[in-house]
Ligand binder design. Sequence first.
Ligand code: ASP
Length: 531
Amino acid sequence: MLVSRLLEEAAARDPDKVALASAEGHASFADIDRASTRLAATLKARGLGRCDRVLIFLNNSIEAVVAAFGTWKAGGVIVPVHPTAKAPRLAYISKECQPKVLISDTHKLPVLQADEAGGTLPNHRILAAAEGATIPSDCLSWTEAVEGGNDRPVEPGTIDVDLAAIMYTSGSTGRPKGVMLNHCNMVAAVESVLAYLGLRRSDIILNVIPLSWDYGLFQILKAFRVGARLILAESFSYPARVLARGRDEHATGFPGVPTIFAVLSRLRDPGKHACPEVRYVTNTAAALPPAILPYIRMVFPNARIYSMYGMTECKRVSYLPPEELDGRPRSVGKAIPNHEVFIADDSLNPVPPGEIGELVVRGPTVMMGYWQKPRESAEVLPEGPWPGERMYRTGDLFRMDEEGYLYFVARKDDIIKCRGQKVSPKEVEDVLYAMPEVAEAAVIGVPDEVEGQAVTALVVPHRSAQLTERDVRRHCAAHLESYMVPGLIELRTSLPKSPNGKIDKKALMSSARPEPEPASETHPKHPVVAE
Ligand code: ASP
């Protein structure tokens, strides 16, 4: 089944029901279905062919949802890019996946028009205009693209084993890697998650997760599958406001990640912001820090809390049934329905319970591979027990207890897992080295109760340079997506080296600032998540 069927079926069942509520307005299933059909016609008319890529660079908005479904209806492949992405990353992704069309909005013009991006972006650009903004003459306006389209559905020409999405994630080489998912992968993920989450038509999901990340994107897909409604918020930067909106709009579900939940603990009187109608809360990407649980319970007093784990390469790995949470608060549970996981040694043999090994995943959500990276793909997708089957070697070190519950231990490579997102130290170091004042730089992940690992930069300025931590932070914020910007920056006079002159990261790990207080601490002290 093609992913676009999820919308078409919802629109056939429940045309007038409000599917999306955004700050700009509401859209029914029929509205979204109609708009995406028209956009598909425009995309086809502009030459989008089977499995051509469409770069979607938008904030959480109705347009972003229509852009994805319009692409699928036209037989294309979505490539969502995080709304805070800077020109170099956008350019890298665009160069690598060669999109036919870019869909964005006028707020993003400074990034789109930056020198680094210019030559790499596709000629066909569709831009939604912010109020009062003008669309550059070489771009098609969103209104024209949708209204100028035809109401007659176009033939996508794709089948469900075709590529549907390329989701970019950080790689250890410092270059983002495009995770390729086909329609089967995506629909299988929707079915599996729905099987344990029990989402209903009456549910109203308060979504603050970026749609450019699979966790956000799948909120839409799941909601459409059951005919539920989704409230689209752009971020959780103003938690009180978002929660008030959730209350006013009778939200029943709240997906979050540890950093989002940590924000609840910094509200002056968390109970004052309670959303009593929320009946379920989900946490993924990184294990839920037990210290945050009491705050989640204050704000969502009637919610079942699902602690889960996942990665883009296979969407979701595991979930802990809510009734198990108090008994094993640090576990991320067991494999999601229709999936199998095991902990393996280097030869991929299962290790006994209690031993640490690499988490390996089997199931229908395992990705097709990384876009144009056959070698890296083969490394992480070894053959499974059945002919043609590929398993996913996650690179995450885990432990499984006697009863089969999973516990995250660490990463195998030097990738940093911050807020559940992979951050390549190399990518951040490259940005630091671009500062003329920087002589040496190293980026490491320091264990952190809330973030999983805090991105930490150790920087040695040139002897005569005038450099402050603030300068470094500002430079990083200007060149990196928000979650990659180091939370901790230390200026040093030198960095430890191995005998062959390489920066010794192991030594750095032990000399970097100490690990924050353990789980019993009641007041996590981390900055408000801004994405
Ligand atoms: N797949 C997501 C990740 O990249 C999380 C999820 O939805 O479980 O971490």
